[in-house]
Design a binder for this molecule. Sequence first.
Ligand code: 5GP
Ligand code: ZN
Length: 114
Amino acid sequence: MSDCLFCKMASGEIEPDIVYQDDDVVAFRDVNPQAPTHVLVIPRRHISTINDLQPADAELVGKLFLAAQKVAEQDGIAGPGYRTVMNCNAEAGQTVFHVHLHVLGGRAMGWPPG
Ligand code: 5GP
Ligand code: ZN
């Protein structure tokens, strides 16, 4: 998707603050962090929302979480704890329509989310 912000980050056309990457996923710091650690983990391949995931994407979705685990370890929040969030569509607050897993940590999290 040539007009997708996160596709441009995955391809290197725009260079975010990358904290982890491999053949399938890229993790970079959110430009507007909501916690001391706020990283977004994206698949390199464009998928707009959770609603667009296919059964064949199951392994890729697992890789998003394995990347989140690595990021948490790197940032020292694996033990204390962290939150992963993936918003889907307007009522959940999705603003970038390339799926991304938020990894938030470094402070206590409230529940339920607002
Ligand atoms: P959503 O609201 O779709 O779940 O999350 C989108 C996230 O992308 C937001 O947390 C927002 O701050 C982040 N974001 C939007 N534009 C940019 C950008 O240009 N660079 C980075 N690093 N993050 C961005
Ligand atoms: Zn995209």
